[in-house]
Design a protein around this ligand. Structure first.
Ligand code: BJW
Length: 233
């Protein structure tokens, strides 16, 4: 068995589904009530900021009401007990990894509980509504937007992510459909680096054939099982 020291984990909406947060592309998913181009692009925000702020006000409230599930808890356990390198790259804007106790987490698509001032380029923890143009706590400008990476914008910390992938021995993708790039390309980058690749998902992702192994089932079962196994090695 090859020794594993460096692990990169990619999480998507599926890991938070059992915490009651809707995924994006399921039949009852988030995009069902909203066309993606109406809410998740900079052009949509320029066209109708009130609609976009309302959408993310609801998302923020849902995040605050949600609780971590056993899958988040298992990754927090891995973070505590794994002595090698670990990076949990999440596409999710919720803070459930952190609330479960994980520290080595990177939010590549931004965070629901953060507001970004486009006037002075500062970021602020934000749990209230952003509707009605509240002033930026730093500069007073009514220029706060959700700190979310929309389509056409550059995800956060790509250099750090690709550096971790280049050093990875194991890449694990959890609860993501593989429909959105660049995250959907991480499995290929990990393969190119010689890493083993594992998918944990309810249904196969679009890039499923690129994984060495796929385990199908709910994250609340698969992730604790996998973590227990990797910590036993
Ligand atoms: C369970 C479960 C349970 C359910 N247990 N599992 C062609 C090639 C390359 C790129 C492009 C391209 N055409 C266009 C692009 C660019 C575009 C893109 O990818 N478009 C696609 C539609 C093709 N990408 C971008 O614009 C990105 N920026 C960019 O590319 O910059 C240039 C660049 C180039 C090169 C390098 C670096 C940069 C930005 C993307 C921003 C995405 N933003 C969103 C919304 C904002 C956040 C928010 O509002 O929350 O992020 S879109 C949305 O999709 C959200 C998610 O993070 C993301 C991924 O969704 P996810 O997590 O996979 O959810 P679902 O619903 O799709 O899947 C859920 C999964 O869970 C399923 O598989 C279920 O089976 C599973 N599941 N229950 C386990 N209990």
């Amino acid at each position: 068995m090859t020794a594993i020291r460096n692990i990169v984990i990619l999480t998507g909406a599926g890991i938070s589904a059992e915490s009651g947060l809707a995924t994006f592309r399921a039949e009852d998913g988030l995009w069902e009530d909203h066309r993606v181009e109406d809410v998740a692009t900079p052009e949509a925000f320029a066209r109708d900021p009130a609609l976009v702020q309302r959408f993310y006000d609801l998302r923020r409230a849902a995040v605050l009401a949600a609780e971590p599930n056993p899958a988040h808890a298992a990754l927090a356990r891995l973070d505590r007990e794994w002595t090698g390198e670990l990076l949990i790259v999440t596409q999710n804007i919720d803070d459930l990894h952190e609330r479960a106790g994980a520290a080595r987490v990177l939010h590549m698509h931004g965070e629901a509980l953060s507001a970004w001032c486009t006037a002075c380029n500062t970021r602020h923890r934000w749990t209230a509504s952003l509707s009605g143009d509240p002033p930026c706590p730093a500069c007073g400008s009514p220029a706060l937007r959700p700190d979310i990476v929309w389509f056409g914008e550059m995800p956060y910390e790509m250099d750090r992510i690709f550096a971790a992938l280049a050093d990875a021995d194991l890449f694990v993708s959890i609860g993501t459909s593989g429909a959105v790039y660049p995250a959907a390309g991480f499995v290929q980058a990990a393969r190119d680096a010689g890493a083993a690749t594992l998918e944990l998902n309810l249904d196969r992702s679009l890039g499923s054939r690129l994984f060495d192994e796929t385990r199908l089932g709910p994250a609340s079962v698969l992730v604790p099982d996998w973590v227990a196994g990797v910590l036993r090695r």
